[in-house]
Design a binder for this molecule. Structure first.
Ligand code: IPD
Ligand code: CA
Ligand code: CA
Length: 270
């Protein structure tokens, strides 16, 4: 078995265990939901319990590896070539409202490049997996991006970061502009599942600003292995720490990039 397959199997073990935790807490949180700082940026007992389970599995298998986890931050020696980027509950707002769209996202960067990704939607029991050169699957079936090549025929998805109240760079203008040019823009509330559904061909493209490595590390390799393209807004190579991502089926990439580059911000929401 190759190292990548071993990493993939371990990430799968962790994601499935975290999924059990998320199913357990769903609808039982009551006073276990708090705001982390910015309005609407929630953390729940489920986020923390899910992250603890994932960390236990990864530490047991790979005690030397570095970790970047949403709730615990950086753990271990960050100079290690292996860095796990973990979102124990991507879609916390959905989860807190029992809106059934959230996931566990576990990605492995090797020398800064996403190479292994597992995204698990525990309510629909959908397990998305990919590793460099090993393809992309949903519940063990191979997945592929759509062939939509015109923006006017595309269905897109995006999200809005928690600093949206504080900055004119809040993605509102982009959302309006692209809503008019396409068959629609969805806002699901789970960036990892957005990328997974572009990888499956249900959606044709995704962009977002203010996003963190744990939101997108797994989805990047999933989409690339499904035949998609991932870059910065201007089509240059993505820097995962930049907080901006453009991810598409490849066919609409240049057109969507050009549109994103010409949009001026609306205003700060008062
Ligand atoms: C959020 C979701 C959402 C995206 C936000 C993320 P969280 O993650 O992925 O779709 O628009 O930018 O922060 O807080 O639910 O883990
Ligand atoms: Ca997230
Ligand atoms: Ca999260």
């Amino acid at each position: 078995m190759t190292n990548l397959q071993i990493f993939l199997d371990t990430a799968t073990e962790a994601a499935l265990a975290a999924g059990v935790v998320l199913r357990h807490y769903l609808g039982k949180l009551e006073d276990m939901i708090i705001e982390k700082g910015r309005p609407g940026d929630l953390v729940t007992a489920a986020d923390k319990a899910s992250e603890a389970v994932i960390l236990e599995v990864l530490h047991r298998h790979f005690p030397q590896h570095s970790i970047l986890a949403e709730e615990s931050g950086k753990l271990g020696n960050q100079d290690n070539q292996y860095l796990w980027a973990i979102d124990p509950l991507d879609g916390t707002t959905n989860y807190a409202h029992q809106y059934p769209f959230f996931a566990v996202s576990i990605g492995l960067l090797i020398d800064g490049v996403p190479q292994v990704g597992v995204i698990y939607d525990p309510l629909h029991n959908e397990l998305f997996k990919a590793a460099t050169g090993l393809g992309a699957t949903r519940n063990h079936c191979s997945i592929k991006v759509s062939k939509t090549s015109e923006l006017s025929k595309s269905l897109l998805v995006t999200g809005f970061a928690y600093d949206r109240h504080e900055t004119s760079d809040n993605n509102y203008a982009e959302f309006c502009h692209l809503t008019h040019l396409t068959q629609g823009v969805r806002r699901s509330g789970s960036a990892s599942l957005d990328l997974a559904h572009v990888a499956c061909g249900h959606l044709d493209g995704y962009w977002e600003r203010g996003i963190s490595p744990w939101d997108i590390a797994a989805g990047i390799i999933l989409l690339q292995e499904a035949g998609g393209k991932v870059t910065a807004y201007d089509s240059t190579p993505l820097k995962i720490e930049s907080g901006r991502i453009l991810a598409t089926n490849g066919y609409i990439h240049n057109n969507l990039s050009q549109e994103l580059m010409q949009i001026s911000p609306l205003s700060v929401w008062k």
